[in-house]
Write a protein that binds this ligand. Structure first.
Ligand SMILES: O=P(O)(O)OC[C@H]1O[C@H](O[C@H]2O[C@H](CO)[C@@H](O)[C@H](O)[C@H]2O)[C@H](O)[C@@H](O)[C@@H]1O
Length: 282
């Protein structure tokens, strides 16, 4: 695998803004932030969310790139600690300064300390958790749907239902009502509807992090609807004079993201190849 990614050339961005973003990263890597989603971007999509793991090429590529840029961050809907575990990010040489922003930025894990910081849990989550089985029962959606307990949120997955898209659509309205009754929002994703507190998204988290690092350029890679706010953040940064490159980890499931991206690569293997090629160039 290693020799394959080592030889991958850097992609040519499809847009002038994307080319400017890549040029800025190459010209001054010491001020570049590389931010990446986890599921579908660093980790292949699998039917059972508990079995998701980073692509074998992903961590070596990140570890090769991180010492050459200002900062590398993983920005995920997962709890930060879960992403660290499933990604195998702790204790990796080269990733001593990695930051994992979990729960769409509400939680933060720093490799330097090995600890997670997070605000107090939203009481609406406990109320939703208690009512969720009854709501699913009412919709007749038990078969094949699966509740992911996320601590600060709960998610209902339909990928393993007989008809995943139909189950997803059938659950949208009732879960929306349940979330709204308890002050939560529904975050739709790839065959998943997550009920979570409002007020944070990947765009807010990315902008905060870019400010913290005082970045001069940014690369953001994602694959899902939850990455759209981060895409919007990069578009805003570009308008304000900070170049950026938008990378889509391609799939058939979320065409909206591919349409907005500068570069589309072939899933997590393609993302790892791009990161590795970037590390080689730097
Ligand atoms: O922000 P992300 O890192 O992309 O996390 C988004 C959600 O990803 C996970 O679900 C997705 O991946 C699963 C494993 O491959 C897959 O089975 C599921 O269909 C996908 O939606 C995770 O389980 C969620 O908690 C995350 O919010």
């Amino acid at each position: 695998m290693g020799s394959h990614t080592d030889s991958t050339p850097l992609p040519d961005p499809a847009t002038p803004a994307g080319r400017a973003g890549l040029d800025a990263i190459l010209a001054d890597p010491g001020r570049a932030v590389i931010a990446l989603d986890f599921d579908g971007t660093l980790a292949p999509i699998v039917p059972d969310p508990e079995q998701a793991r980073a692509h074998p090429d992903a961590v070596p590529a990140l570890a090769a790139l991180a010492p050459k840029v200002a900062a590398v961050a993983v920005l995920t809907g997962r709890p930060a600690g879960v992403a660290v575990r499933y990604g195998g990010f702790a204790g990796v040489s080269g990733l001593e300064h990695l930051v994992v922003l979990g729960h769409y930025g509400a939680e933060r894990w720093d490799a330097v300390t090995g600890t997670v910081s997070a605000p107090a849990p939203d009481p609406g989550v406990a109320a939703v958790r208690a009512e969720l089985p009854g709501v699913l029962d009412g919709v007749g959606a038990w078969h094949g749907t699966w509740i992911e307990e996320k601590g600060r949120a709960v998610a209902v997955h339909t990928r393993r239902a007989a008809d995943p898209q139909a189950a997803f659509e059938a659950l949208r309205a009732p879960l929306g009502e349940l979330a709204a009754r308890h002050g939560l929002i529904v975050e739709p994703g790839r065959m998943v509807l997550e009920l979570r507190p409002p007020g944070m998204d990947k765009g807010v988290a990315l902008l905060d992090y870019i400010r913290e690092i005082d970045a001069g350029s940014v690369l953001y890679a994602g694959d899902d609807l939850g990455d759209l706010p981060a895409y919007a953040a990069v578009e805003k940064l570009r308008l304000d004079g900070t170049p950026g490159l938008l990378v889509c980890s391609g799939s058939d499931e979320v065409p909206e993201l591919a349409e907005k991206s500068d570069v589309v690569v072939g899933g997590p293997q393609g993302v790892a190849g791009l990161l590795s090629a970037l590390a080689d160039r730097l």
